[in-house]
Design a protein around this ligand. Structure first.
Ligand code: NAD
Length: 487
């Protein structure tokens, strides 16, 4: 199997190669085979991309927003028309089941291009009446922005960052995760085909050092990172040292609270979606599932029954419900956490193994896993695992569960299942998180802001919030009378 792109990087509307950069193999996680070899960017490639973006941005910013938006919407249509082939590429890059990538990945990028392509024309500054004189504000682009992606949602990440950046009149240099470099290149070609002028969306491949070189480049005005908390702290410090704008979408250990009056099957569906989708590699996953005592045993019995039915297998088979993890390191890390969970006294209710599937013996598979009897101090209840491992904890009272849910450095997401709407709104108001769900989990439509509180991040993606984060305000005072002066 091969998925070799025309070249590693995409700069100024063209594929660019520099074999002087460190090799960057692309491994198909289901088989462990190398399906492409790219090269990490050399300093020369980084400079080429920055210069292309810097040169192209001013003319783009002068276009009417509706004209910029039209190009984004055209690109969105192309993404949708090529959904099947892009979903296949994303499955090869990530190992995620094709039944997910067909509905979730290119489609979510297309949603972002469509939304921002339309919304930007209605996003403008204010008029301020000063009783004669007046003022107005202008929303202006920042200039050259850098996007750095994680490996769990590669094309979605590229779309979520580039669409608001470009709509607002910025240029973007996007560095995909070194684990999933392919689909951003496909997006770059689509932008060009849709009529995006050269130099406005550039893809530069590389490891963390390339991300740091881009984020620290003096021409760059903003960096938007999706990644882990430790990486976020480094990138935010670097951006801060140069007074750059920054958006940080980082990790989590989110609580999902199930009260005993909740609909049992819906709550279990929410917990399964919030732990097993994308083989558990979702930042906002509700990995601490707090279930109220009166429902706990029924919940666990049915959850285990349903979890055992999840079909692992060939990611390209539409019947497969769960693919492998991204790579060997993540595979070993997740299995390591499962061992720690057992050692620290949690009960392994189902899963926990690393199956050898026929024809996929070298794939990075881990069974969907449920631990019960988990307590707040256990490592599996405190650290982000980023794999299909759910921890079920039990609770008695509303106040108690809110305090326990908030007892974490993270604050990305949270969920509440209950039929009592007054309680639902009261609880979400007290939960320390950026993105919350009542009676569902993990839906992230482009219309609503997405992002974290506490160590889980700064800034928001999606919605009009994202346009705010890719722009700066200029205030203009206008005098309509004469200048009063004491001199
Ligand atoms: P990671 O932090 O290892 O890497 C993220 C990106 O940062 C990669 O492109 C990497 O090359 C780059 N990078 C690494 N070091 C860098 C440095 N010093 N300077 C600049 N760039 C650097 O994360 P990952 O393992 O790819 O992704 C998993 C993590 O991402 C998890 O913690 C997960 O929760 C988080 N995540 C968050 C969201 C969100 O929206 N909040 C979404 C997906 C994933």
């Amino acid at each position: 199997m091969t998925a070799q792109p025309k070249a590693s990087h995409y700069i100024n509307g063209r594929f660019v190669e520099d074999e002087g950069g460190k090799a960057l193999p692309v491994i198909y996680p289901a088989t462990g085979e190398t399906i492409a070899t790219l090269h990490s960017a050399t300093p020369n490639v980084v400079e080429l991309a920055v210069e292309a973006a810097r040169a192209a941005q001013p003319a783009w910013a002068r276009l009417k927003p509706v004209e910029r938006g039209r190009i984004l919407r055209r690109a969105s249509d192309i993404l949708r028309a090529r959904n099947a082939e892009l979903a296949r590429l994303e499955t090869l890059d990530t190992g995620k089941a094709i039944q997910e990538t067909l509905v979730a990945d290119p489609a979510s990028a297309a949603d972002a291009l469509e939304f921002f392509g339309g919304a930007v024309a209605a996003f403008h500054g204010d008029y301020v009446d000063l009783g004669g004189p007046f003022a107005y504000t202008r929303r202006e682009p920042l200039g050259v922005c850098v996007g750095i992606g994680a490996w769990n949602y590669p094309i979605q990440g590229a779309g979520w960052k580039s669409a608001p950046a470009l709509a607002m009149g910025n240029a973007m240099i996007f560095k995909p995760s070194e684990n999933t470099p392919l689909s951003a290149l496909a997006l770059a070609e689509i932008y060009t085909e849709a009529g995006l002028p050269d130099g406005l969306f550039n893809v530069v491949q590389g490891y963390g050092d390339v991300g740091a070189a881009l984020a620290g480049h003096p021409v760059v005005a903003k960096v938007s990172l999706t990644g882990s908390v430790p990486t976020g702290k480094k990138v935010l410090a670097l951006a801060g040292s140069q007074m750059k704008h920054a958006t940080m979408e980082l990790g989590g250990k989110s609580p999902l609270i199930v009260f005993e009056d909740a609909d049992l099957e819906n709550a279990i569906s929410g917990a399964m979606l919030g732990n097993f989708y994308s083989t558990g590699q979702v930042c906002s996953n509700g990995t601490r599932v707090f279930v109220q005592k009166g429902m706990h045993d029924r919940f666990v019995d049915r959850l285990v029954e349903r979890t055992k039915k999840i079909r692992l297998g060939d990611p390209l088979d539409p019947e497969t419900q769960m693919g492998p993890l991204i790579n060997k390191a993540q595979h070993d890390k997740v299995l390591g956490y499962i061992e720690i969970g057992k050692k620290e006294g949690a009960t392994l209710a189902t899963g926990g193994g690393a199956p050898k599937l026929q024809g996929f013996e070298n794939g990075f598979y881990v069974e969907p896993t449920v631990f019960t009897g988990v307590t707040d101090d256990m490592t599996i209840a405190r650290e982000e695992i980023f794999g299909p491992v759910m921890s079920v904890l039990s609770f008695d009272e509303e106040d108690e569960v809110i305090a326990r849910a908030n007892d974490t450095e993270f604050g990305l997401s949270a969920g509440v299942f209950t039929q009592d709407m007054a309680r639902a709104h009261r609880v979400v108001a007290d939960l320390q998180a950026g993105t919350l769900w009542i009676n569902h989990y993990n839906l992230s439509p482009v219309e609503i802001p997405f992002g974290g509180a506490k160590s889980s991040g700064i800034g928001r993606e999606n919605s009009l919030e994202a346009l705010r984060h890719y722009s700066q305000v200029k205030s203009v005072y206008v005098e309509t009378g004469s200048v009063e002066s004491p001199y």
